[in-house]
Every structure is written in structure tokens, then in C-alpha cells.
Design a protein around this ligand. Structure first.
Ligand code: F6P
Ligand code: MN
Length: 322
């Protein structure tokens, strides 16, 4: 099986970008180890703090954020970082070319039940001559990403990675600490009979999503004329991985549950990198009205509606939104 650097070199990926990706992965290997230790290393449970988004921070949110931040800033490969767990962006090496946005531990409420969690990352180039302390360097649409990926800490630790030449899976060989290529070109089936949504929010959804899900649930007695199955892992990284592996539609739509928070998922750390992985595997990622990677961000912690997955099913869902 092939190691990551030669695979990327063959694609013509710049050496500096490969080094940066390897730096992110160095942190992820340590996270994989710590998550795997679970209760043995005393890292489960919550802190007494909330993050900038008003969510209770898990001990592992804080620890994984610090790890990624330290390793990335020490490396010299990044001009600045933006993290879901940081109030503001953090300046790095002024001479570096790249900026990294990350969700250090997606699905962290799953840590205490020994269920799926993962690290999501997005890499872009900083504008020429930009000040590393200037937050606006992150205000670029997702289509500018030069690499995106996640590391899923499950029964095995899997990296899904794209540098714009397809989506690949690498599996961490924990004996040697190496990510080995285990699927060269992930391809999402265009048709699916599986959907993922937090159905407890149904009464808060907008009419288009209400109608779409009602028709899925009606199965072979409704307009779709066939049955659908539902899954919800409560960690986007786990749900997106299932969609990349065997197809499906995943959505966290706009809702009216909390008027101050119409959308849940974050554009920079969650929606954009997942959208790139999905599109590179032949799927679609939309808000319901526009392509996720076309959105011009106006704040680092901006949230968006997400509908992604199998091409034909996402298109059907979007037709309800017209
Ligand atoms: O990071 C936000 C997140 O935890 C996603 O990973 C996940 O898809 C979603 O929120 C879960 O939401 P809920 O708590 O509504 O199930
Ligand atoms: Mn998350």
C-alpha cells in the first residue's frame, strides 16, 4: 500500500502543501491516540467553559484545539489559522503561503459514549502580501480551497483527503504511524435510499424541507414510490463518511428553533471542506439555494444550511426548494 507523500507528489501537489498536510496529520495521529485512550487518560467529560458559539466545551475540544494550534504554528507552514474553538484567527509565519481553518473535534458530544468523532480541515492560500493578523484573509469562498479533508477516529482512523484531484481515503497504520492509501478515487453513487437529518427538529424546518422529508418517510405509499432508510450519527464527519462510502443525502437545514441561530453548521470548518470532498467524489453540496463553495464568507464563524450527497437525490431535494 502506498504512503501519502508519493501519492500527492505524483499529482503534482506542491511540496510545501504536502508538508503542511503532513503537519496537520501529525496532530491528528496524536489526537487519534488520545481519543483511543478514552477514560484511561482522563480526557472525557466537559470543561466549565463555553466556546465563542455558546456551546459547552468538552475537555477533548480544548486539548485537540491546542494540539493542532501548537503543531501548525510551530511548523512555520501557516500564515494564520482559524478554529471553531478560537474566538479570533491566530497569526502565524508572515512569510508562509497557506492558511488553515479547522474543527479540531467534530461531534465531540460523542466522546463520552465512545462513538465517532473527527478532525475537519480546510487549506487555502493567503492573498499575496497579506497581514497574518488580518481576519479578512479567511473571507474567501470554498472554491479557493487547495486541499480539504477530515480524519475520522472510528474503529480505524481514516483520512479522507482531496487536493482537487479526486477524493481519497487513507487508513492510519497504528503500528507504524503511517497513513496508507486504501481507496484511490471515492465515488458517491448517484442514486440512494438513505437520508440523514435530525428529525426532532421537523416542526422548525421551512416548508420545502418539511415536504421533502414527508415524501421520503411516506416511502412506497407516497410520491417517491419506494422506501427510504434513515441514519443520524450526530457527528457530521461520521455522516459524511457514510455518504462518501455508500451514498446518501445528509442535511442540516435552516430552522426556526433558535431565532438567533437559523443554521447550525459552520461554513469555514465544516461545510466548505466537506463540500469539496463531496464534489470531488461526484456529489453535490448546496445550501438549498446556492452551491456551498460559491458563498462569499463575511465572518469566520458564519453558519450555513447544508444539503449534500448523492447527485440525483440532492437534485430532487433542491427541486423542492425552487
Ligand atoms: O459540529 C456540529 C455537529 O456536532 C455536527 O457534527 C453534527 O452533524 C451536528 O452538529 C449534530 O447536531 P444535533 O445535535 O442537532 O444532532
Ligand atoms: Mn463540528
Amino acid at each position: 500500500m502506498r504512503r501519502l507523500p508519493p501519492v500527492l507528489l505524483e499529482d503534482g501537489c506542491p511540496r510545501e502543501l504536502i508538508s503542511l498536510i503532513r503537519t496537520v496529520l501529525a496532530a491528528c495521529k496524536e489526537i487519534s491516540f488520545r481519543v483511543g485512550q478514552g477514560a484511561l487518560s482522563g480526557v472525557l467529560g466537559s470543561t466549565l467553559d463555553e466556546n465563542i458559539q455558546g456551546e459547552t466545551q468538552k475537555k477533548l475540544d480544548v486539548l485537540t484545539n491546542q494540539l493542532l494550534k501548537d503543531i501548525l504554528l510551530e511548523s512555520g507552514y501557516v500564515k494564520a489559522i482559524a478554529s471553531e474553538e478560537e474566538d479570533f484567527t491566530v497569526a502565524g509565519n508572515p512569510d508562509a503561503k497557506y492558511i488553515v481553518a479547522f474543527d479540531p473535534l467534530d461531534g465531540s458530544s460523542n466522546t463520552d459514549i465512545n462513538s465517532l468523532v473527527g478532525t475537519i480541515f480546510s487549506i487555502m492560500e493567503a492573498p499575496e502580501g497579506a497581514d497574518p493578523a488580518d481576519q479578512s484573509i479567511f473571507m474567501q469562498p470554498g472554491k479557493n480551497q487547495v486541499a480539504a479533508g477530515y480524519v475520522l477516529y472510528g474503529p480505524s482512523t481514516v483520512l479522507a483527503l482531496t487536493t482537487g484531484k479526486g477524493t481519497r481515503f487513507f487508513t492510519l497504520d497504528k503500528t507504524h504511524g503511517t497513513f496508507l492509501l486504501t481507496e484511490d478515487f471515492a465515488s458517491i453513487p448517484e442514486e440512494t435510499s438513505e437520508f440523514a437529518i435530525n428529525a426532532s427538529n421537523q416542526r422548525h424546518w421551512q416548508p420545502a424541507m418539511q415536504n421533502y422529508i414527508t415524501d421520503l418517510i411516506a416511502g412506497d405509499t407516497g410520491p417517491r414510490g419506494r422506501n427510504f432508510n434513515m441514519r443520524w450519527i450526530a457527528a457530521m464527519v461520521g455522516d459524511v463518511h457514510r455518504v462518501l462510502c455508500r451514498g446518501g443525502i445528509f442535511t442540516y437545514p435552516t430552522d426556526t428553533k433558535d431565532p438567533n441561530k437559523p443554521n447550525k453548521l459552520r461554513l469555514l470548518y465544516e461545510a466548505n471542506p466537506m463540500a469539496m470532498l463531496i464534489e470531488q467524489a461526484g456529489g453535490i453540496a448546496s445550501t438549498g439555494t446556492e452551491r456551498i463553495m460559491d458563498i462569499q464568507p463575511n465572518a469566520i464563524h458564519q453558519r450555513v444550511a447544508v444539503i449534500l450527497g448523492s447527485k440525483n437525490e440532492v437534485e430532487t431535494c433542491l427541486s423542492y426548494h425552487k
